[in-house]
Design a protein around this ligand. Structure first.
Ligand SMILES: [Fe+2]
Length: 276
């Protein structure tokens, strides 16, 4: 996988991502910046349980709704290197799924998949739909669960022939990013080391993948609670299977039913971008 060194021109990163479906940029965060982010995430991880199925990872912790829980990731989400890359690939974009992911020791490799498969749009019919930026807060290695990607697979018509042997690990020192398309075939790597592997994935989507009116804001929870459940789901307080529309890792219909939901810890069963 091609590695570029920060500072680098965003156009060069975008060109590399377009060519291979993925690219690494090293040195985006300084060691001190990595340490600051990590210290903010440690208490969040401490109160987060592991996943409950093989795709989420039974030894993997995911923190959802991170922008409601810490200010430590704001600068990453709108990093000046990243935004022009998103502009070049998606034109208009929205942050779709920021997730802190800690892959624990002994975790198995995740099934290979495409993140754009969340949307039933034929490959390439509407350009790229999803771009991921994985921020390494630990060194990502061959043995500790570095994300594995098949370079060039963004051009495949389907992933029926994808084999694990074709994947390349996104090996990179902490402070690096790996940018990869939602059309690139990938999966979280197995963690065969003795320590967890911490990363933050910022998944962005094409900005048109949304309702016309932002009804979950227009009809905030106190008002939405007064609606019939079917109407609650109709305006966005529900999940399109398996997980589109989750909030803090949960079905938002549960949030309406649970007035204390905003203060409680996440139960990471519904939500997952899989980008580990
Ligand atoms: Fe994924």
């Amino acid at each position: 996988m091609r590695q570029l060194a920060y500072p680098v021109d965003s156009a060069e990163v975008a060109a590399q991502v377009a060519a291979d479906g993925c690219a690494i940029v090293t040195g985006v965060l300084t060691p001190d910046e990595v340490a600051t982010v990590r210290s903010a995430l440690d208490p969040l991880l401490a109160e987060t349980g592991t996943g409950t199925n093989s795709f989420l990872g039974r030894r993997t912790r995911r923190v959802f709704a991170v922008l409601a829980k810490t200010r430590a990731l704001d600068d990453l989400a709108i990093h000046p290197l990243v935004l022009p890359v998103l502009d070049a690939i998606l034109t208009h974009h929205l942050l779709s799924a920021p997730v802190v992911i800690s892959i624990g020791p002994g975790e198995a490799a995740q099934a290979l998949h495409r993140d754009e498969a969340s949307y039933p749009v034929p490959r390439g019919a509407a350009g790229e739909l999803v771009v991921n930026v994985m921020w390494a807060l630990d060194d990502f290695t061959e043995v500790n669960g570095a994300t594995r990607i098949i370079p060039g697979s963004h051009r495949w018509p389907d992933l029926s022939g994808a084999r694990p042997e074709e994947t390349v690990a996104a090996v990179m020192p902490k402070g690096s990013i790996c940018v990869f398309l939602g059309s690139a075939v990938h999966g979280g790597g197995a963690n065969r080391s003795a320590a967890p592997r911490l990363g933050v994935v910022m998944e962005y989507g094409a900005a048109w993948l949304r309702p016309q009116e932002n009804l979950t804001l227009a009809v905030p929870p106190p008002v939405a609670r007064q609606l019939p459940e079917q109407l609650q789901r109709e305006i966005g307080y529900g999940v399109y299977p398996p997980f589109l529309g989750y909030v803090d890792g949960r079905d938002p219909i549960e949030l309406l039913a649970d007035t204390d939901a905003a203060a409680s810890g996440p139960a990471p069963e519904q939500g997952d971008t899989g980008d580990r």
